[in-house]
Write a protein that binds this ligand. Sequence first.
Ligand code: GLA
Length: 393
Amino acid sequence: MEKGPLIERFNSMFGTGPARLFIAPARVNLIGEHTDHQGGYVLPCAVHLRSACVVRPREDHLLRMAASDLPGIVEADIRDLSGYALIPWGAYQIGVAHIMQEKGYRVTGMDMLFDETVPHGSGLSSSAAIEVVTATVIATLSSETAGTPIDFPELSVIAQSAENDYVGMNCGIMDQFASAMGKKDHAIFLRCADLSYRYITADFRSSGITLMICNTNKPRALIESAYNERRAECDIAFRAVKEEARIEYLAQLTPEAFHRFKYNIEDPVARKRAEHVVYENYRTIQACTLLEERNFDAFGKLMDDSHNSLRDLFEVTGKELDAMVEAARAQKGVLGARMTGAGFGGCAIALVRNEACGDFIRNVARIYNEKTGYNAAFYPAVVSDGACEVMID
Ligand code: GLA
């Protein structure tokens, strides 16, 4: 929904008066998949799809929330936000508010209308965008009272703990960090072990390349349990090598060290998971250099290798993502393609030369549909800024 209609909708639900608008973007991860939860490197960028929140403070103790795609108004009492984790929707927002209260942010009563352009369940981090937009609203209102600056990396950590501790999904930090810290035409080279980061120019457009998001539209089922299972398997591998290899987290293993110590990992599944993490982390470091050098051909090859490893070693791709990536790679003008995000459905990304995009969409849509029966959707990504307030004129 555009800015004007969104404000009108808000006013019709909550009455007229001054209101403010905030947005937080979705992300794609260029490379560095399933490395964040092992302290490794990731290379995500924020994109144009976003979560928006129109907000107006209230004088009482109520958080009243509406969403443009969901019925009804959810109400929570800010004097005790601890018990809302299982409500039909709104737990991400209330979880963020709850954690921010505990951290000393001032959470007032508010009317809020949420509106998403991120397709839900597409693996583009719609939940992180909702968490981060909520955190940005609260931090902005709170810091205006306290006169303190907004600490966006801290907001990403708060958003992650809302998801881990309040909602119960054991995700890493990548999605929330990308949504909070994104920068137009840049990727974020983030070291998840300590949240040190560097922006890397990712201006594909001026090199005649489109970063194409390819949505499998396969509903992602049981993703939470499969995700947590992968994390547990990585943990088995880590515990088997940590003392001898003297590492504090799995992604700290270099490929050489992995070969030295891999036989300590008796469980063959855990060994495969670790092999993915180690090499994916190494690829991400290489990919960052290639992106800086604007060597998109070599970068695309690493994207291909990343997908293959997620398919064969980490086993999170599935039939639909594999069909999409295979169809994408077979097209002219494609430099590389891989799944992005947690996997098990959701989206792939491909680097496609601009002049090839029309044929790419037509052919991939057809081949993918023939193989899977699903209709794909395609969104050329605009690499965008992170969470912010949007001025209402
Ligand atoms: C999901 C999680 C992230 C990350 C990716 C896989 O998007 O939220 O923290 O682990 O999967 O790279």
